[in-house]
Design a protein around this ligand. Structure first.
Ligand SMILES: Nc1nc2c(c(=O)[nH]1)N[C@H]1C(S)=C(S)[C@@H](COP(=O)(O)OP(=O)(O)OC[C@H]3O[C@@H](n4cnc5c(=O)[nH]c(N)nc54)[C@H](O)[C@@H]3O)O[C@H]1N2
Ligand SMILES: Nc1nc2c(c(=O)[nH]1)N[C@H]1C(S)=C(S)[C@@H](COP(=O)(O)OP(=O)(O)OC[C@H]3O[C@@H](n4cnc5c(=O)[nH]c(N)nc54)[C@H](O)[C@@H]3O)O[C@H]1N2
Ligand code: SF4
Ligand SMILES: [Mo]
Length: 696
């Protein structure tokens, strides 16, 4: 018998909720465990680079705290008292309790709830097959994209744009409202390549001096929620100084002259007062983008997480239409590639069974829903049973005080399918152990790039872990849900949806590992017209006529949205009682709440902190490391202060998402964030919170 270890290198894909969807090269040890993970060198977007948290994934996949067996609750809700049961007992209990709930209140009392713990299409979205087959309450996934996507589509008509790899061919890369060094490192790979090979300038627009801003040639650190004002002033200067491409505007845009007139009163002085930037900074930025044809606007999610976020996203995308940057290689605006993959009416979600008369409940309203808010419940029955997969709402959802109250309800039957005993799983009646991505098959598509990718099972799961697909199939069988997809393997489902979307089938994808689906240059740059019936970019969006990318309904004060790009003053401005504006930006070593269970990530992040300008701190007699209390109408948290001069005065930043248990009294940062439906389709304005602050 040989004692030597054998290490092979196998292809895979990072499954996490990150626009980079990196192609991976995984060390598999003796066919059983995982070593180091590398970025795939030959996939041209990943280009050999991945983030540190996934490089050391062995820490997560072989973590001693992984859930291995089904469990049932034996003490009061949230007590942590569970006992091991068999899969058969777990599934039978679920079927019995779902059946009871349905008989009492109707099928809509059951609410399957999920998000993007894995971005694999089969594993993430297959739960909808169960929802639609049984007419359970539908799920309106608003938490992440419902401000950003409509904001981008408002102008272009399509969620796509120039090939993200063209950043490497730009002369100016504007990294706007995304902390790419932390959240999608590959943007930096391509932007820095442009700087090295072409002397490109990198502009970073954010609300604090984060690791991405440290890389900037021009750093614009503005007040949260004021990007629309900045964009307007930039366009004002472009028109004023002869830097607008008038031929392009006439040919490709809807109302250029009205826009120019509208911007007359929105110059740099006006914007300086709103953004806190100087007139010189605004002029310098406008001149840079106005004189650099190949300017690539890489628009992130962060700046859309404001109550005016959709308007600001649209305003930022308009700049490329005024300069005509869309015409050039390395130019234009890009946010996400959702549209290029042609995922329509996917078979594995059983779209044909979807009944629009069944209510769709808003993901971000989970706190309101579980505490019986009739509006959030759409005046329907209470939610008395849930199946949660792939998400950790006790930690990540806004209005945490309500979320915690709802989860504590003894009459709520809660099933959570998880990899770890998260704070959500800890509130469950039944906990089911889930596989990780290297333990099942799935297909992935890049939000920030243009590859369709396959990742196959490389090792056996530990204990009795089952994949999302297996769990959905088992529950479907027990509750009598019918659809041919319940009898298929994950691979066969992937094959079907690939064929449905015109991408060959699973054999082809497996053989190639990834397929580049980048549209041709003309299409990607909208040279054949934008994706509206008249082919024109819309400076004047028709918000009320747009349909939500996720099938949601108009929400918030959508009827008051400005007609043309503007500063829409609906953010939670500071007031006397709440003198600060708080953003809850992402932490580099966590991915939402994922990785906050791994020791190295926690060690790197230290402890929950709030960054505060030293002058603000001095005014409140707060010193570095002091315990402080933050609060607003939604709740309060206790946290440690970090003095930091890389924010404007009056702005606070708390990087997360830490477990609630890392805070005193178990109250996490989402105690402070709101779920009051920002326009036009709801969601959560995680970086738009007015708060008071005091030393304790
Ligand atoms: N390390 C790490 N990576 C992640 C995540 C994570 O939590 N940690 N989360 C993943 C997920 S789910 C997503 S959706 C993406 C999100 O990734 P991003 O697109 O980067 O979006 P955010 O993380 O919300 O915030 C990005 C930046 O926007 C800034 N910001 C907030 N408000 C404003 C504003 O009004 N104007 C401007 N200009 N900037 C503002 C924040 O301070 C932050 O620095 O990242 C993914 N990748
Ligand atoms: N304060 C604040 N809150 C935020 C944000 C913010 O910026 N600030 N960002 C928001 C955003 S953009 C998002 S997208 C949400 C994300 O919030 P979530 O979707 O809840 O993301 P995670 O916290 O990473 O939780 C994903 C969970 O899925 C589990 N999981 C992973 N793979 C699988 C699998 O294959 N099967 C099963 N069953 N489970 C799996 C993981 O263990 C993890 O616990 O958070 C939002 N919350
Ligand atoms: S950068 Fe994003 S996609 Fe790439 S490995 Fe890290 S988390 Fe995964
Ligand atoms: Mo997200």
């Amino acid at each position: 018998m040989s004692l030597e270890t054998s290490i092979t290198r196998q292809p895979s894909v990072c499954p996490h909720d990150c626009p980079s969807a990196c192609a991976l090269d995984v060390e598999v040890i003796d066919g059983k465990s995982i070593g180091r993970i590398h970025g795939a060198k030959h996939q041209s977007y990943t280009a050999g680079v991945i983030c540190a948290k996934v490089a050391r994934y062995s820490e997560r996949i072989h973590h001693p705290d992984r859930l291995l067996y089904p469990l049932k609750r034996t003490g009061p809700k949230g007590s942590g008292a569970f006992t091991r049961i068999t899969w058969d007992e777990a599934i039978a209990t679920i079927a019995q309790r779902f059946g009871e709930a349905e008989r009492r209140y109707g099928a809509e009392t059951i609410w399957p709830y999920y998000y993007a713990g894995t971005m694999g299409r089969v594993m993430r979205d297959g739960i909808n097959r169960l929802t639609h087959a049984k007419k359970y309450s539908r799920f309106n996934g608003t938490i992440c994209v419902s401000l950003a996507w409509p904001g981008f589509i408002a102008g272009t008509g399509r969620l796509a744009g120039p090939d993200p790899r063209e950043m490497a061919k730009s002369d100016c890369v504007v990294i706007w409202g995304t902390n790419a060094v932390a959240t999608q490192v590959n943007v930096m790979t391509h932007a820095i390549a442009a700087r090295k090979t072409r002397g490109a300038k990198i502009v970073v627009i954010d609300i604090y001096r984060n690791a991405t801003m440290d890389q900037a040639d021009l750093a614009l650190c503005l007040r949260p929620g004021t990007d629309g004002a900045l964009a307007c002033a930039v366009m004002h200067v472009l028109f004023r100084d002869g830097l607008a491409d008038r031929d392009y505007l006439e040919r490709y845009t809807d109302v250029p002259r009205e826009l120019e007139a509208h911007l007359q009163t929105r110059g740099p002085e006006w914007a300086a007062g709103i953004t806190g930037l100087s007139v010189e900074e605004i002029e310098a930025f406008a001149h840079l983008v106005g004189k650099t044809q190949r300017t690539f606007f890489r628009l992130g999610y962060g700046f859309s997480r404001q109550r005016n976020g959709a308007v600001n996203m649209h305003a930022a995308s308009c700049i490329a239409a005024v300069t005509g940057a869309w015409q050039y290689e390395g130019g234009g605006a890009f946010h996400n590639n959702g549209a290029i993959f042609n995922w329509r009416q996917p078979f594995h979600e059983a779209h044909e069974l979807r009944d629009m008369n069944v209510r769709a409940l808003d993901q971000s309203h989970i706190g309101r829903i579980l505490t019986g808010d009739p509006r959030a419940l759409k005046d329907g029955p209470p939610v008395t049973a849930m199946l949660i997969q792939n998400t950790n709402p006790m930690s990540v959802a806004p209005e945490q005080a309500l979320v915690a109250e709802g989860f504590a309800r003894e009459d709520l039957f809660m099933v959570v399918h998880e990899q770890f005993m998260t704070e959500t799983a800890a509130m469950a009646d039944i906990v089911l152990p889930a596989t990780m991505f290297l333990e099942h098959d799935d297909i992935y598509s890049g939000g920030g790039h243009q590859y369709l990718e396959f990742a196959g099972k490389l090792i056996d799961p530990p204990g009795e872990c089952r994949s999302n697909h297996e769990v959905i199939t088992a529950i479907a069988g027990a509750v009598g849900a019918e659809h041919p997809g319940f009898a298929m393997s994950a691979r066969d489902l992937a094959d079907t949806i690939l064929k449905q979307s015109g991408w060959g089938g699973i054999e082809e994808l497996v053989a190639k590992n990834w397929i580049d689906v980048q549209p041709d240059f003309e299409t990607a740059h909208f040279l054949n017209g934008f994706a509206w019936p008249d082919g024109k970019f819309r400076f004047r969006p028709q918000w009320a006529k747009m349909s939500s990318s996720r099938g949601g309904e108009l929400a918030g004060p959508w009827y008051d949205m400005p007609e043309l790009p503007d500063h829409w003053a609906v953010i939670e401005e500071a007031d006397e009682a709440h003198p600060f504006r708080l953003a809850t930006s992402p932490a580099r070593s966590f991915l939402n709440s994922t990785f906050n269970e791994t020791p190295s990530a926690r060690q790197r992040e230290g402890r929950p902190q709030v960054m505060i300008h030293p002058l603000d701190a001095a005014a409140l007699a707060i010193a570095e490391g002091d315990r402080v209390r933050l609060g607003n109408i939604r709740g309060e948290v206790t946290i440690h202060a970090r003095l930091f001069d890389g924010v404007q005065r009056g702005v606070l930043i708390s990087e997360g998402i830490w477990p609630n248990a890392s805070f005193e009294e178990g109250r996490g940062i989402n105690m402070l964030t709101g779920a009051d439906s920002p326009a036009p389709f709801g969601g959560a304005a995680f970086h738009d919170n007015r708060v008071w602050l005091r030393r304790i």
